[in-house]
Design a binder for this molecule. Structure first.
Ligand SMILES: Cc1ncc(COP(=O)(O)O)c(C=O)c1O
Length: 471
């Protein structure tokens, strides 16, 4: 064996550097440091997961020649494919169709089989990538279903590998740990370790607008998820690998913030990371701005930028999707709220009476009303649910509405693009607009139609030839 050489490439997993951010954090009192997981040989933090999953699978009897099957959005596949190549396993990966072509090609380069499934179906639909992968695992002999969304070996990987490594590198000299959340393996495993070492360390999750996590943590409600572009973080269901109780804080970011920060990290800091890295840093900066005392913040950067050159790093794609300020499209929800009504959001408290709510719905000519307590959104009450329980005799006009609250809404921020609202309102009857978790408005389909129609009319008026024109 040559002096200084590794036995094989899998031994190069881990020992990634921690680097200080300098330019994107200009003017910030807190210091932000990043853990460069994108420098792992398989291109992401999922190398650590793959190593631990295989260790556990081999303990349970999986032998070389067997098949590894996984529902993966790419990175876990890349890491499993790398380990499988070295250890002599076959791989089949099932992934949703919103994933980049580069990620699919990357897996096929390792000789893996890739099956692409539609994104726009419910997780329990027979076409969903979760269901297809589970069925394949049942039908393939000598196979191992990695099942990263429900395998305790996932958070365990970060508890045993990422977190102790960070602790040894830093001597625990940080006040907050910030990470994006997909399966939740990273934040749950690292969070557990850091809390055991020092319970004062703040565990901060970053969630994209459209995912379920944020609303659930803030309000306990399972609201309507909707699609977004950033890959690897956010979910439309709750994986059992995600321990939301470990979080001290959750921060929400939208696609545009994620992608502009991803590009800045590359151009200003030399860190060629993927969109979830931009998301995590954008979230960390938001978190830092809300602190009363400066802190050292450690951010986990998951994957590398190469896979996103045709998207995030492609100006045309960024412009087409409205992520540049020079293309406002129909504008943002804040513009719409300013146009629509300057009055305060009409809401009720959880102990309001059915009679009171009916009167409000009638006087305001609305069909649903948010329930807000101490500035926090608790749910909504709709005329449909009031009608149902009155007709069935389950409630009287003097009953309180507290158990009539529903989660049949999506939440957006004032900065959400109006062009995105169409998709949001296809899956939910209303969108509640919340700023830093505080509800400030409500948007229905007819509001959106009305706003877009007015905008079209005013463009048509501006383009109409003046009567003074000479033909
Ligand atoms: C690019 C990227 N970022 C972040 C994550 C989230 O990591 P975790 O699943 O450990 O929560 C993933 C996971 O799929 C990912 O692929």
């Amino acid at each position: 064996m040559m002096h200084g050489a590794l036995e094989n490439i899998t031994q190069a997993v881990g020992n990634t550097p921690i680097v200080k951010l300098n330019r994107v954090t200009e003017g910030l009192a807190s210091e932000i440091y990043v853990k460069c997981e994108f420098l792992n040989p398989g291109g992401s933090h999922k190398d650590r997961l793959a190593a631990n999953l295989l260790r556990r699978a081999e303990e349970q009897g999986l032998r070389p020649g067997g098949t590894i099957i996984e529902a993966t959005s790419g990175n876990t596949g890349a890491s499993l494919a790398l380990l499988a190549a070295v250890r002599g396993y076959k791989c089949i990966f099932v992934m949703p169709d919103k994933m980049s072509q580069e990620k699919i090609a990357n897996l096929r380069a390792f000789g893996a089989k890739v099956i692409v499934c539609p994104t726009a179906v419910e997780p329990d639909d027979p076409r969903s990538y979760y269901v297809v992968s589970r069925k394949l695992a049942e039908e393939t002999p000598n196979s191992f279903y990695a099942n990263q969304y429900h395998n305790p070996a996932n958070p365990e990987a970060h508890y045993l590998s990422s977190a102790p490594e960070i602790w040894a590198q830093t001597n625990g000299d940080f006040g907050a740990f910030v990470a994006g959340m997909g399966t939740g393996g990273t934040i749950s495993g690292c969070g557990k370790y850091f809390k055991e070492k020092n319970p004062k360390i703040q565990i901060v999750g970053v969630d994209p607008v459209g995912s379920l996590y944020y609303d659930f943590v803030k309000t306990g409600r399972v609201t309507k998820a909707f699609s977004y572009k950033v890959e690897g973080i956010g979910e439309d269901f709750f994986p059992s690998t995600m321990n939301l109780k470990i979080l001290d804080e959750i921060v929400r970011v939208d696609d545009k913030e994620c992608f502009l920060m991803t590009r800045d990290l590359t151009r200003l800091e030399g860190l060629f990371v993927g969109g979830s890295g931009g998301a995590a840093v954008a979230g960390a900066i938001k978190y830092a701005r809300g602190l009363t005392k400066p802190m050292k913040i450690l951010v986990f950067l998951c994957d590398a930028g190469q896979k996103y050159v045709s998207k995030i790093f492609n100006d045309e794609w960024m412009r087409e999707n409205g992520f540049f300020d020079d293309d406002p499209g129909h504008g943002i929800v804040r513009d719409m709220m300013g146009w629509r009504d300057k009055q305060k959001l009409v809401s009720v408290r959880a102990n309001a009476k059915v009679r009171e709510v009916i009167d409000l719905l009638k006087s305001q000519a609305i069909s649903q009303i948010p329930v807000v307590e101490g500035g926090k959104l608790l749910g909504i009450v709709s005329e449909v649910s009031l009608l149902r329980c009155l007709v069935k005799g389950e409630k009287t006009l003097d009953s309180s509405i507290d158990d009539l609250m529903e989660s049949d809404y999506a939440t957006v921020t004032p900065d959400t693009k109006i062009d995105l609202l169409k998709g949001v309102l296809e899956g939910a009857p209303v969108a509640i607009v919340a700023e830093d978790g505080v509800p400030v408005g409500i948007v229905t389909k007819i509001d959106l139609i009305d706003y877009v129609a007015r905008a079209e009319k005013s463009v048509a008026r501006e383009n109409r030839p003046s009567s003074h024109c000479v033909a």
